[in-house]
Design a protein. Sequence first.
Length: 725
Amino acid sequence: MATFRKMALCEASTHKEARYYRENGPVSSYFGVNVFDLEKMRRYMSQSAFDAVQAAVKEGRKIDRKDANEIATAMKTWALEMGVTHYTHLFQPLTGTTAEKHEAFLSVKDGKPFEKFSGTALVQQEPDASSFPSGGLRNTFEARGYSAWDPSSPVFILDGTLCIPSVFVSFTGEALDMKTPNLRSMQALDSAATDVAKLFDPSVKTVSVNLGIEQEYFLVDEALYNARPDLKLCERTVIGHTSARDQQLSDHYFGAIPSRVSCFMKDFETEAYKLGIELSTRHNEVAPNQFECAPVFCSATKAIDQNMLLMIIMQKVAKNHHLKVLFHEKPFDGVNGSGKHVNWSICTDTGVNLLSPGKTPTKNLQFLSFYASVVKAVYDHNLLLMTSVCSLNNSYRLGGHEAPPAVMSVFSGSTLAKVFDSILKMDEDMPESKADKESIKMVSAIPEIFPDNTDRNRTSPFAFTGNRFEFRAVGSSMNPAGATYILNSIVAESLKSFRKEVDDLISKGESKQNAIMATVRKFLSESRNIMFEGNGYSKEWEVEAKRRGLEAVNNVIDAYKVYLRKGTIDLFKNLGVLTPAEVEARYEVMNETYVKKLQIEARIIGDICLNHVIPAAVNYQNTLIRSIQNTKDVFGDEYKKLCRSDMDTFRKISGYVNELSADVEQLVEARKKANVIPDMSKRAKMYSTEVKDWMDKVRYNADHLEMLIDDELWPLPKYRELLFF
Ligand code: ADP
Ligand code: MG
């Protein structure tokens, strides 16, 4: 009888490139048709309602009931014209994904049907929140939470439903989602950065964050995916021997895009364009069947919401192509994992990118002020920033030799590194008294800083790339809001202290320019230890980082504890980003999520080994033993010589099978032991050590069996089948 795998391979072989759908006309003619954007707001709203939305977006002003009703009516009119029947608040709970509860516009009164959508429904929805992780922020008897419209992100239509980007908070106002702290962090950063920007240009009113989020992903054939219980339930292969060929030849990276994949890309790009997502790049990534796309950067809130939306539509569109998108950080052992590079910059309302080196020395001084503040922020909170990307999924990728290392560092590029060296050198060489005069000389001596685009370091988790920082350690499946609010917060704190230092020096009689320069120097010199221009994966860096006193993430659960440190609690509290209770809740949820995910993986690996691998092994042993017996019947004693290899294989299989089943038992025991530990963090620690160790042992035996058993009998699609179309 054919195995499930053989049937899946057969089905997969019928999956040829699908036709892709193209809208008529150039992309610009349908870009954003499904978004209630500025132009549509103007068309469907009165001036006063339009102004109310703008004031809410730009100044965070509250929208009153009358305006809300009018805005809702305008949205409804547009949505009905587009054939929409339902609406939903789309929010981002702590699960890391998105959540939606659809409600119909339809209402019937006195037997008369009509469509209804009030201002209240737009502004607020009350999904039963009891099943979302809250880390104890809600009492069980008060399960209510509510979602509230975030006007800074545009409303759009997906699958005939009007989607309203929303925050999700408890009834007492605590953040139960990823979006709320991010919005708060943007306000904190705005205020701190504006204060510093005003030193250079008093007309600056606001500073906002821009993000360009690159998305890596794997594609696998749907039939093969369905034949792998591990992929289906945890998006990761928990067993699987490496393929003889994978990424050694580096021939996939930037290679010609396979036509089946290219059709898929064109299709999801069309959907993305209609939703106003400005996708600009697509290419093959390093691992086989790994790809990447990136939109043009835009405001942080929009960029994050669009990234979450992009993941939804990619998965939906993939169905039409009999493909599955794997956003998991490490779906396959032995080949590269996937990340989500978050390109981060800050920009004034006057249109100046504060991380863009200027052409004149004073402009450079502004750049240096912001640069030094970011570097100082990363240094002061290096473990927190590294931990902001820590999850079970990402732990399979981080610290390996293909992805950002376990220790945070900042890569500046050789041009900037030289500038910093000269700034720091002057500081050391100079007696205090002479510093004033010299620093003026130095300001004018700062060379023109040309962003050097050629200088790329792919081993740094946090690299400056000319006019922005690229946070490369973020995981491909993560909500990028998590890393962003932490980055925003630490930089806000640093900028606040930058401005304070400058003000203190000025009040002591320093000139403004000298005060700024002295603070730049101080910040750079204090955070020197975080700057590293070399290979972040190397052994030397590990040793060097230790010498510098930088903390490494060796275990995710240990790293999570950084959230409970006073420095972290104070950081979020002082900036109004998260209350101590909200931080603790998040800590709880992180540990709990880690445990649950690993529990699923551990169960799946046990199931696969006992119910798929071992039966296949025994099946093959039966074939072998029959053959040996038959040989003996025909050749007598000579069978020992003739069947040496078969007997050898039989014994080897027995060895692995025995170990495998014993290890699965141990794995179950380890889980049982962990599950009774009441403290979630301690339980998670045991999962991250003992449970994980047993899983590794189980896998080792299963992967060896894969190499021994007749290919015809092996039950699960193999790496070489999953990774190559
Ligand atoms: P690479 O792979 O070389 O990093 P990509 O083109 O794949 O380059 O991605 C770069 C990302 O950085 C894009 O999303 C781009 O829009 C974004 N980006 C460019 N300039 C900025 C900026 N000033 N701020 C934030 N993001 C930016
Ligand atoms: Mg990049």
